[in-house]
Design a protein around this ligand. Structure first.
Ligand SMILES: Nc1ncnc2c1ncn2[C@@H]1O[C@H](COP(=O)(O)OP(=O)(O)O)[C@@H](O)[C@H]1O
Ligand SMILES: [Mg+2]
Length: 306
């Protein structure tokens, strides 16, 4: 079992969307994936059409020692499982205040004994509190979804500082594997400038002894696409909701790149066989001049954007 914490203390940057859709794409490519919803807002749980609090057990019961994590795991698709969240999780930080080793509860529950799935993706809340510390203590690696706009790098320093602290004190193997550029506005100068700054920052860390000295920026960027914003309200991943959308193409490309970086997790052969979620060629960058005309649609929640 290999675990990755998807973190950024900023909300609305694409953490949950990435965990749901990258997880689904990797599962379809032949990897057994378990997703853990560690956010009391339960957006990942909702993304799979599961009502928070309606399940018998949740990650809250696991962290407060009321249940084994195995009793909370739900199958949500072929090769894909979810440990759901619920609003009570917000109280866990207070409830655990006096518990010795409270940062390591998730790690112990995932590893003793290890979950049977090959990959665990942990969707973190938008804070650097106890829940995120539990994710960092449990994870082998960190991935950071980042929306490239003004101030994006501002919060990154604090985030990396926290990762460094956890790595030194609790989890020596912890590395920052990559940054995923989400909600990317193609063609804007600001996005390109932020990415150039990020690249320079990571380059400067190459010779330092820190967990982000080998961090890659994934080449597969996730462009802003309304279909990605629509699919959670239908309880579907982008591949079930609109497999021909730009959002599906971007997450499929990210999954391909991920698979190439982690050959032990996703066998190349089964990645190549994974026809159902692969969209044909990756569409060219969005060009408003070539966009189809807007036509009225019957269902108001769905747009006509490709
Ligand atoms: N690439 C994208 N294009 C358009 N909307 C997106 C994209 N990625 C995420 N969203 C939407 O933006 C909002 C925030 O994304 P989310 O993944 O929930 O962020 P986080 O988990 O970091 O708070 C959600 O409504 C989501 O559906
Ligand atoms: Mg989220």
């Amino acid at each position: 079992m290999f675990s990755i914490a998807v973190i950024n203390q900023k909300g609305g940057v694409g953490k949950t969307t990435t965990v749901a859709n990258l997880g689904q794409a990797l599962a379809a490519a032949g990897c057994d994936v378990c997703l853990v919803d560690l956010d009391p807002q339960s957006h990942l749980t909702l993304h799979f059409g599961i009502e928070p609090g309606a399940t018998r057990t949740s990650i809250y019961d696991v962290l407060t020692d009321r249940a084994d994590i195995r009793s909370a795991i739900l199958p949500v698709a072929d090769r894909l499982w979810l440990v759901p969240s619920e609003i009570d999780l917000a109280a866990a930080e207070v409830e655990l205040a006096a518990t010795v080793g409270r940062e390591q509860i998730l790690r112990d529950s995932l590893r003793e004994p290890p979950l049977p799935q090959k990959l665990v993706l942990i969707d973190c809340p938008p804070s650097l509190g106890l829940l995120t510390l539990n994710a960092l203590a449990a994870a082998d690696e960190v991935m950071i979804p980042l929306q490239p706009h003004f101030l994006a790098l501002h919060g990154l320093g604090k985030l990396l500082e926290t990762v460094g602290l956890v790595q030194r004190r609790i989890n020596p193997v912890l590395r920052v594997a990559g940054v995923i550029l989400c909600m990317y506005e193609t063609g804007t100068r600001l996005a390109a400038e932020v990415v150039a700054d990020l690249r320079a920052f990571l380059q400067a860390a190459r010779h330092l002894d820190c967990p982000w000295n080998r961090t890659r920026i994934f080449r597969s960027i996730i462009r802003r696409n309304i279909k990605l914003a629509e699919c959670p309200s239908h309880g579907k991943t982008i591949f079930q909701y609109d497999s021909s959308s730009r959002g599906a193409a971007d997450y499929a490309a990210l999954a391909d790149e991920f698979a190439a970086c982690y050959p032990d997790l996703i066998p190349a052969q089964s990645a190549a066989e994974a026809e159902p979620i692969r969209t044909p060629a990756r569409p060219a960058a969005y060009n408003p001049a070539q966009a189809p005309p807007i036509v009225p649609v019957r269902r108001p929640r769905e747009s006509t954007e490709p």
